[in-house]
Design a protein around this ligand. Structure first.
Ligand code: GDP
Length: 478
C-alpha cells in the first residue's frame, strides 16, 4: 500500500513541505503528489512522533467472504485446460479443428459442435479442455487480470516455416506465465517440412527438446492428415498428470469468463470456464460488474445441461451486462449478494479511474530502486530491424549492476502492438520502440494499463535514458 505525500501531511497535521523535508533527510526526493510506500510513510510519521499501523486492504471477495478456500481433502482430479499458441498461419485453428473432429464422436448430442470459445475432448477416458480462441491475446489479457486459467500451452510451429516472431512472442508469454509448453511441429505432411530445423531454432530460444537432452516435449503433427494428433493428446495427458491438477466440485463455482457478447434474442451470452466448484441452472452469479441468475446453460456440444464442474466450459444466459474476457466469476448465495458485489465492483472501478494504481514508469524507477522495491527492470524492445534489437538488447543488459538487473523479456520486429502492451502490463515492463510506433490499439491500452512506452531514433539515447533512470538523473518528461 502507498500514500501520497500531501495526504500523509494532512493526516499528520503537518505541512507538505515539512513532510518533504523529512523525506529528504531520509534520502528521498519527493513531490507533494508522489506516492510513497508504507515503510517510508511510517518512518516519516515516527519522526513526527506518530506510531503507524498498516490497514489491511481487503478485496471485495474477502469482504463479502465469497471466495471460500478449498480444503485439501475435498480436492479431486480435474481436466487440464489447454491454450494453443504460435505464429499466424502455422495452423493453430486447423489443429484445434482437427482435434475436435477426430475426438468428438457422432454419438455426442447431434454431433454438431457449437463454437463457444472452448471445447472438451475425451482421450482414454480422460477429459481435456481446449480454449478455442487461438492466439495469446486472450491468454495475456486473462493473465494480466490475475486469472491463470491455462495449465499447458501448445506451441504450434509450422515445419516448413520454422520459428517466427509470434512463435517467440508465444514462448515469452508462456514463460512469463510459468505455463509448461508442448511443441507441436505442424504441417509435417508438406514436402518442405524440416522438423529438425524447427528444433534447432527452438534451442536458440531456450527450448531444448527431449530427444536432444532437454525437457521440452515435441510432437510432429499434421492438422491435415491427422498424423501425430493422438500422440499429442497423450503427451498433454502426461504433462497434466505431472501437474496433479485438482479442484473441489462440491462448492459454489468460481472460474473465468472466456468470452461474452450481447445476443439480440438471448441477451448476454457468456462462456465460463469453471475453475473449481459446480455451477447449476438457477445459481446467482457475479462477474466483474455483471450479475444475474443462470437462466439456461449449454455445453460445448450444444447440449442443454443443468450443471457443470471443474475445467468445464459452458455457455450461460442470464447476466445483466456483458462481462470482460478474463473476469473472474463467482456463484454466490443469492441475487441480492451478486447485485451488491457488482455494484461495489463498479464503485471500485470508478475509484480506480480517479486513483489509478501507478505502474512502473521510467520516472518512478529511481525512487523505487532507492526504496529497494525494484531490483529488476523488465524491458520489451520493438524495432524496425533485427540488427537494432540485438544492439539495443546487448547494451541494455550490460547496464545491469549489483543492485539492479536489466532483463529484456521480449523483443520483436514491427510496430508496438496490443499484445506487447499486455505483456508489459502483466510483467511490469517498460516498452522501448526503436524507429517504430505503437498502433492505435496499443496506444489506448497503454494509457489504460499505465504502461510506459518510450520511442527512440538513436540507440544511444535509449541506453542513456535507462542508465539515467537507474541513477536517478532522468529529466522528467512533461
Ligand atoms: P493459424 O493462423 O495458426 O490459425 O493457421 P490456420 O489453421 O488458419 O492455417 C493456415 C494455413 O495452413 C491454412 O491454409 C491451412 O489449411 C494450412 N495448414 C494448417 N495445418 C496444416 C497441415 O498440417 N498441413 C498442411 N499442408 N497445411 C496446413
Amino acid at each position: 500500500s502507498s500514500i501520497q505525500v500531501g495526504v500523509l501531511a494532512e493526516k499528520l497535521s503537518k505541512s507538505s513541505s515539512e513532510v518533504i523535508k523529512k523525506l529528504m533527510l531520509l534520502g528521498i526526493m519527493a513531490t507533494i503528489n508522489q506516492e510513497i510506500d508504507f515503510d517510508t510513510a511510517s518512518m516519516v510519521a515516527e519522526e513526527f512522533g506518530y506510531a503507524v499501523v498498516e490497514a489491511k486492504e481487503e478485496s471485495i471477495e474477502e469482504k463479502l467472504n465469497i471466495d471460500e478456500k478449498d480444503e485439501p481433502k475435498d480436492l479431486v482430479k480435474r481436466p487440464p485446460v489447454i491454450t494453443v499458441m504460435g505464429h499466424v498461419d502455422h495452423g493453430k485453428t486447423s489443429l484445434l479443428d482437427a482435434i475436435r473432429k477426430t475426438k468428438v464422436t457422432e454419438r455426442e448430442a447431434g454431433g454438431i459442435t457449437q463454437h463457444i470459445g472452448a471445447y472438451t475432448v475425451k482421450v482414454d477416458g480422460e477429459t481435456i479442455t481446449f480454449l478455442d480462441t487461438p492466439g495469446h491475446e486472450a491468454f495475456t489479457a486473462m493473465r494480466s487480470r490475475g486469472a491463470s486459467i491455462t495449465d499447458i500451452a501448445i506451441l504450434v510451429v509450422a515445419a516448413d516455416d520454422g520459428v517466427m516472431p509470434q512463435t517467440i512472442e508465444a514462448i515469452n508469454h508462456a514463460k512469463a506465465a510459468n505455463v509448461p509448453i508442448i511443441v507441436a511441429i505442424n504441417k509435417i505432411d508438406k514436402p518442405a517440412a524440416n522438423p529438425d530445423r524447427v528444433k534447432q531454432e527452438l534451442t536458440e530460444h531456450g527450448l531444448l527438446v527431449e530427444e536432444w537432452g532437454g525437457d521440452i516435449i515435441s510432437v510432429a503433427v499434421s492438422a491435415h492428415t491427422g498424423e501425430g494428433l493422438d500422440q499429442l493428446l497423450e503427451m498433454i495427458l502426461l504433462v497434466a498428470e505431472m501437474q496433479e491438477l485438482k479442484a473441489n466440485p462440491n462448492r459454489r463455482a468460481k472460474g473465468s469468463i472466456v468470452e461474452a457478447q450481447l445476443d439480440k434474442g438471448r441477451g448476454t451470452v457468456a462462456t465460463l470456464l469453471i475453475e473449481t466448484g459446480t455451477i447449476h441452472v438457477g445459481d446467482s452469479v457475479v462477474a466483474g460488474v455483471s450479475h444475474g441468475k443462470v437462466r439456461a446453460m449449454v455445453d460445448d456440444k450444444g447440449k442443454r445441461v443443468k450443471e457443470a464442474g471443474p475445467s468445464m466450459p459452458v455457455e450461460i444466459i442470464g447476466l445483466s451486462e456483458v462481462p470482460s474476457a478474463g473476469d473472474t466469476f463467482y456463484v454466490v448465495e443469492d441475487d441480492k449478494i451478486s447485485r451488491q458485489i457488482a455494484e461495489t465492483k463498479k464503485e471500485e472501478i470508478r475509484e480506480q479511474h480517479i486513483h489509478q494504481t501507478q505502474r512502473l514508469s521510467l520516472e518512478d524507477l529511481f525512487n523505487q530502486i532507492q526504496q529497494g522495491t525494484v531490483k529488476e527492470i523488465n524491458i520489451i524492445i520493438k524495432a524496425d530491424v533485427q540488427g537494432s534489437i540485438e544492439a539495443l538488447k546487448q547494451s541494455l543488459v550490460r547496464l545491469s549492476d549489483d543492485e539492479v538487473k536489466v532483463n529484456v523479456i521480449h523483443t520483436g520486429v514491427g510496430a508496438i502492438s496490443e499484445t506487447d502492451v499486455m505483456l508489459a502490463s502483466a510483467s511490469n515492463a517498460i516498452i522501448i520502440g526503436f524507429n517504430v510506433r505503437p498502433d492505435n490499439n496499443a496506444r489506448s491500452i497503454a494509457e489504460k494499463e499505465k504502461v510506459d512506452i518510450r520511442l527512440y531514433r538513436v540507440i544511444y539515447n535509449a541506453i542513456e535514458d535507462i542508465q539515467d533512470a537507474m541513477k536517478g538523473m532522468l529529466d522528467p518528461e512533461y
